[in-house]
Ligand binder design. Structure first.
Ligand SMILES: NC(=O)c1ccc[n+]([C@@H]2O[C@H](COP(=O)([O-])OP(=O)(O)OC[C@H]3O[C@@H](n4cnc5c(N)ncnc54)[C@H](O)[C@@H]3O)[C@@H](O)[C@H]2O)c1
Ligand SMILES: [Zn+2]
Length: 369
């Protein structure tokens, strides 16, 4: 089974996404876009290289002598301007020019960095995303946001720069550690909660197939997630309005991520943030308590946390206010009226945020109860 989705920009074709379970048609797809006539550099990280480089390289056998490889150390700590420097140097030494093409083979770190290099090298060259984590497949590989971290600030330096093509080989998820997989799944759940109740119910009905990474299920799951991301990206390509809805669970999620010094994975913090946002939606009278508990408890079978040990809730509140998504000091909070119907709310108070944080906070006292 192969699916395909077209991403538009201002109603015009921008790029295609292919969803499949192998690398068989990657070369042909790129050839049709005239992306195989010049030098190609596959940028990857030290983990992904071990599992997937040989397989993708094989797919390029007709033009093998033009294919180069650039490997960066795995992990967020590589997502900085020094790594970008080393990639620029490698491309220059290898004689890359304006017509050369980059391929990002990896998760969001490789994707964001490759996109940034593509946006800036020789004022912009073409690149292709080949995402290999669930997070990058459902989220970071589409939408054209590229970036690196700078002086401890996440994604501080970057550009909007669209890929020429996105190729998802979902069999790459077979080697992804489970904790990474479920962390990415939090974003999938988020899509259902904000935009598509039917998809949300489908996720729950297909829980076992999702946990087993059953191929057809993965293709459908990632395809439907991308359809929802497509909806927001096309509506608001530069993130000036409605795209902020995708931030559901992220205002508090990012704050917990920072508070925990990035010991919890992004998706784990997003799950906690979604629980808080659902709680606030209940407190404001949009959800009844059954709906809130249903949303909360459905993260559990997907190995995602719904509580956290002994956090300083006031400190988390403070951190939530330094989130980039603030608009002139007002937090644009994303709440839901029901599953599948999210909206922007600017009336959430500090007290409501603290109460939501108390709800997920598991303290010493709780332990004695
Ligand atoms: N551009 C955007 O719109 C956007 C959106 C969300 C997140 N992001 C960025 O994405 C990054 C996080 O992405 P991520 O979660 O994919 O992290 P990541 O790229 O660091 O990958 C997570 C880990 O999994 C390993 N890995 C990747 N694919 C694998 C595979 N198939 N098998 C085995 N191991 C594999 C990686 O080496 C790494 O250790 C962050 O830097 C974040 O800022 C960007
Ligand atoms: Zn996220």
């Amino acid at each position: 089974m192969t699916e395909r989705l077209e991403i538009l920009n201002n109603r015009k074709h921008c790029y295609d996404i292919v969803f499949t379970d192998n690398f068989d048609s990657l070369y042909e797809e790129m050839k049709n876009l005239n992306l195989t006539d010049n030098k190609i550099c596959i940028i990857t990280d030290s983990n992904v290289e071990q599992f997937w480089f040989d397989k993708i390289y094989e797919a390029f056998s007709p033009v093998k002598d033009r294919v180069y490889k650039c490997v960066i150390p795995a992990g967020e700590s590589s997502k900085n301007l020094e790594s970008i420097n080393s990639i620029y140097s490698y491309l220059i030494e290898s004689g890359f020019d304006r017509k050369s093409v980059l391929i990002a083979l990896g998760g969001g770190v490789v994707g964001d960095m490759t996109g940034f290099v593509a946006a800036t090298f020789l004022r912009g060259i073409s690149y292709v995303q080949v995402p290999t984590t669930l997070l990058s497949q459902c989220d970071s590989s589409i939408g054209g946001k590229t970036a690196v971290d700078f002086n401890g600030y996440k994604n501080m330096i970057g550009a909007f720069y669209m890929p020429s093509f996105v190729y998802m080989n979902l069999s790459t998820l077979s080697t992804l550690p489970d904790r990474q997989y479920y962390s990415g799944f939090a974003e999938v759940m988020k899509y259902g909660i904000i935009k598509d109740e039917e998809f949300y119910n489908w996720l729950i009905e297909n829980m076992y197939e999702i946990r087993d990474k059953e191929t057809e299920t993965l293709i459908e799951m990632v395809y439907r997630s991308c359809q929802i991301k497509k909806y927001y990206v096309e509506k608001d390509p530069k993130e000036k309005g409605d795209r902020v809805i995708l931030n559901f669970g992220h205002t508090i999620g990012h704050a917990i991520e920072k508070y925990m010094n990035f010991e919890l994975f992004h998706g784990e913090c997003v799950a906690l943030g979604c629980v808080c946002a659902a709680f606030i939606s209940m407190k404001k009278g949009y959800l009844d308590s059954d709906e809130f508990y249903e949303i909360r408890d459905m993260f559990v079978p997907f190995c995602l946390p719904i509580s956290v040990d002994d956090i300083d809730t006031k400190e988390v509140l403070r951190l939530s206010k330094s989130d980039k998504k603030m608009d002139n000091g007002i937090i644009r909070f994303i709440l839901i009226k029901k599953i599948g119907k999210a909206f922007i709310d600017t009336t959430v108070t500090d007290e409501e945020i603290l109460e939501a944080l108390d709800e997920i906070n598991f303290t010493e006292e709780d332990a004695h109860e």
